[in-house]
Design a binder for this molecule. Structure first.
Ligand SMILES: *Cc1c(COP(=O)(O)O)cnc(C)c1O
Length: 487
């Protein structure tokens, strides 16, 4: 038996590369990523896809070893050559971020050392690192020292954790769901609807509160709806406000909603996945007010989702949920299994595994902690302020080249459309988006508001500067001219 084991061992040991092999691989990876980053300044935001990654289908999984060089060639061709390039400063669609380099360093460290940040007992330092990051974000929002939360894979899971916590804290048991009522606007991110369904709340009443002309929740209407629902014997329990909607960057009247939530004793959740980190920005408005004022009242919410892979420009894979009453979050997410009986004695720190559906998890704190420490906060703040001003600049300039615009951008998303002399405006703008996407230097996306087709610009990549905005204005001008000549 020993002989058999030893034979297996000699093959199994291939999983531990020698230091020469590691060196060789490290060099290949480094030269690949160096080439990628050396070309990023001029990299297109979108490459129209002809191959559609089909070559991936030919790569099988078998016993044979393959060379890293060959595999990198496949990745380059099938993955990195086509589609949206989220690392490009020309990515102005959806909500970009960019991906600051030390995120990758943090992931590398976390993966090589494979530390476990799920339970305090397993790695007190790793858990303290993650909880310190969460407390830093709680401070930014204005939550008390007793608040905590969890680092999740993104905003969708962060929102889900908050909604599940709200459901349980408000005692919405299965038989209560049909009487339960949730309030948001039509502009709420679709991950909220997904979370409501996943949380078993699909049969609750979901009220879409009317909005003002700037796509913000109408507080007076919210108040009336809650009163009516209560009078009808229903059970209003949750308000979901947005601090930066995806479509237009609008921030709901957070303070007014806080007062309504308090008065009627509802759980108040804020989705600040996109907008939250603008609390780091000092920006003055033309009327003498400051950007921070639109967030007033956010500290009165019960829970909040915020995405470091958006507003802190980290590579994809990090969202956070912050919850004021952390005991409520624990109640919804902890479980005690016998085979874990050695691990539950921590008093000083909550364990992330007690605050999320995950047990074994990526040590994702490292990818956030390292960039924040290495760079310090100053360049993050400057980049966020720059994005606000770039959006205001674009909003002015795009009107000068004949575009109609939506409301003045509260943050760094704006909507605009071209009204052609002839033909259908929706059709014209749809074609214009297609034309810009085929050009590919800049990537933008569109949306529909009340039946009208609008083009969006979402400026949040740390790599987006004046250069990309000026280029985009040139591209728009050219596209309009070509489409006008065609019609
Ligand atoms: C991006 C976004 C989400 C979803 O977050 P993911 O990180 O993509 O899962 C939720 N709400 C808003 C407002 C967003 O912008």
């Amino acid at each position: 038996m020993r002989l058999k084991i030893q034979k297996l061992e000699s093959t199994a040991r291939q999983l531990e590369p020698t230091s020469e092999k590691r060196n060789e691989w490290n060099k290949s990876i480094q030269s690949y990523t160096d080439a990628f980053l050396d070309a990023i300044e001029d990299a297109k935001g979108y490459e129209y896809s002809t191959r559609q990654g089909k070559g991936m289908l030919d790569i099988s999984f078998g016993d044979e070893q393959k060379s890293l060089e060959d595999l990198l060639a496949i990745i380059k061709k099938e993955v990195d050559a086509e589609g949206i390039n989220p690392a490009s400063g020309g990515h102005l669609g959806y909500i970009p971020g960019g991906g600051v380099f030390p995120t990758a360093m943090g992931d590398f460290l976390a993966a090589v050392t494979n530390r476990y940040a799920g339970i305090f007992f397993a790695n007190p330092g790793a858990v303290r690192m993650e909880n310190q990051l969460i407390r830093w974000m709680c401070d930014l929002i204005g939550y008390p020292k007793t608040a905590l939360g969890n680092l999740a894979s993104g905003g969708s899971i962060a929102n889900l954790i908050a909604i599940v916590t709200a459901r349980d804290f408000m005692k919405i048991k299965a038989k209560e769901v049909e009487r339960a009522v949730i309030y948001s606007t039509q502009q709420v991110h679709h991950c909220i609807q997904k979370a409501i369904r996943i949380a078993g709340l699909a049969e609750a009443s979901i009220r879409l509160v009317p909005m003002d002309a700037r796509f913000r929740m109408d507080g007076a209407a919210l108040q009336k709806m809650i009163e009516q629902d209560k009078a009808d014997g229903l059970n209003p329990f949750l308000i979901v406000a947005s601090a930066g909607t995806t479509d237009t960057g609008s921030v709901d009247p957070l303070e007014q909603i806080a007062q309504i939530a308090k008065k009627h004793e509802l759980w108040y959740h804020v989705d600040a996945a996109y907008g939250g980190f603008f609390l780091l920005a000092d920006v003055e408005n033309s009327d003498g007010s400051t950007l921070k004022e639109i967030f007033r009242g956010v500290e009165q919410s019960d829970s909040l989702a915020i995405d470091p892979h958006k507003g802190l420009f980290l590579s994809y894979g990090l969202g956070a949920v912050l919850i004021k009453n952390v005991d409520a979050q624990v109640q919804s997410h902890y479980f005690r299994a016998n085979y874990m009986q050695d691990t539950f004695d921590a008093k000083e720190e909550h364990s992330p595994a007690d605050l999320s559906p995950e047990l074994t998890k990526h040590f994702r704190g490292m990818r956030m902690w390292l960039p924040l420490q290495l760079f310090g906060l100053k360049p993050f703040k400057a980049a966020l302020e720059e994005k606000i001003w770039l959006c205001r600049y674009f909003y002015e300039e795009v009107q000068k080249i004949g575009f109609e615009v939506g409301p003045f951008p509260e943050l760094s998303v704006a909507i605009y459309r071209y009204l052609p002399k002839r033909g259908d405006a929706n059709e014209f703008n749809r074609k214009l988006v297609e034309w810009v996407q085929k050009d590919g230097r800049i990537f933008i996306s569109s949306t529909s508001l009340e039946g009208d087709f609008w083009i969006r610009i979402a400026i949040l990549s740390f790599r987006t500067h004046l250069r990309q905005i000026d280029l985009f204005l040139e591209i728009l001008k050219m596209g309009v001219q070509i489409l006008n000549d065609e019609s």
